[in-house]
Design a binder for this molecule. Structure first.
Ligand code: A2P
Length: 329
């Protein structure tokens, strides 16, 4: 039995934490504490047949409680302000924001890829970026066989990656209204712009894919990313081009992908079988297809990966981390 807090419980990822926990009824919860902004204070949410009240987050509200795990998804600023207070109060924080991902003492974990990193935490564990999470198991599976050297990501990311604000813009655009959050309409459009632009010409989202891939795979591989927002509600798709030390072989790759935990291989192009958002939605696995050897380099290949960005890319991955920790304790 665990005592659990959810920070950002009214948000898109926060409410998905609750949905996933409803499904995983074998995770026994003694006390559940739900936190959001002061505007949600007093709101009620039904979880496992019981009504829970939302509280606003404050130091006092944390320190007077015994909380074993806290799942955070209320943005980086809230994580920076409160995660350490929880951690000092002996709570293990699993943080969905980018606040701590690149800190040396903070494991950045995809359980199907680098579970061992969980052995060295100091009460804060980071959940990786949603597109990065989707790509890690497929790359790890191939790295084990061919030894990964370089990777190029091109993403097609759903508006729910921007939270409620992104979903609202798409909905409003479809009714003929202008975007409130994105700099342009997203309906009938693609934005090669996710998060802010940096001095080097890449966006912060692209640099997250670069830095987090190296940290999770534990290798200084060369990474390049172009991240694009597309007008769909859920699921991120990623076209991956990868180069290896060893010669690539499609059959061996398909076998490695098929056998890897957390991956579903959908790769029968002749029968129109390949991964798509409509297949990955509401699922916790990563879907992989279009696996093919490069035309010009015998050590390179391409594939197409799709995962539900709110589930595997955020809430489910964090809960899988928590399950691993519960099993260890
Ligand atoms: P609230 O609904 O009260 O604003 P999303 O990413 O889907 O927009 O969700 C963001 C989540 O972060 C929401 O649950 C939101 O609560 C929460 N949040 C925003 N500001 C704070 C704050 N100051 N303290 C705690 N939670 C916050």
């Amino acid at each position: 039995m665990i005592n659990l807090a959810i920070v950002g419980a009214t948000g898109l990822v926060g409410s998905t934490f609750l949905k996933v926990l409803e499904e995983k009824s074998y995770i026994k919860i003694k006390n559940l504490y739900l936190f959001a902004s002061p505007k949600s204070e007093g709101k009620q949410i039904v979880f496992r047949g019981k009504t829970h009240t939302i509280h606003s987050l404050s130091k006092e509200n944390i320190l007077n409680k015994k909380i074993d795990y806290a799942l955070f998804s209320a943005g980086s600023e809230i994580s920076k302000k409160y995660a350490k207070i929880f951690a000092q109060n002996k709570t293990i924080v699993i943080d969905n924001s980018s606040a701590f991902r690149m800190e040396k003492n903070v494991p950045l974990v995809v359980p199907q890829v680098n579970e061992d990193a969980l052995n060295k935490h100091k009460n804060i564990i980071a959940n990786p970026n949603c597109s990065t999470i989707a790509c890690m198991a497929p790359l790890k599976a191939l790295d084990s066989v061919f030894s990964l050297k370089e990777v190029v990501f091109s993403t097609y990311q759903a508006v729910s990656g921007s939270g409620m604000k992104g979903l609202n813009d798409l909905k409003q655009n479809m009714l003929g209204n202008k975007s409130q959050f994105y700099p342009y309409d997203i309906y009938e459009n693609c934005l090669p712009h996710i998060d802010s632009f940096m001095e080097n010409g890449f966006t912060k989202e692209e640099m997250k894919m670069v830095n987090e891939t190296q940290k999770i795979l534990g290798k200084k591989i060369k990474v390049n990313a172009t991240c694009v927002r597309v007008p769909i509600s859920y699921c991120h798709s990623i076209s991956i081009y990868a180069k290896f030390q060893k010669e690539f072989n499609t059959e061996k790759a398909r076998k490695a992908l098929q056998e890897h935990d957390g991956i579903i291989l959908l790769d029968e192009p002749k029968n129109n079988i390949y991964p798509m958002p409509i297949i990955a939605k509401n699922r916790d696995e990563v879907f992989v297809g279009r696996v093919r050897k490069d035309l010009f380099s015998k050590n390179a290949m391409s594939m197409f990966v799709v995962a539900d960005n709110i589930r595997k890319g955020a809430a489910s991955n964090a809960i899988e981390i928590m399950e691993k920790l519960i099993a260890k304790n």
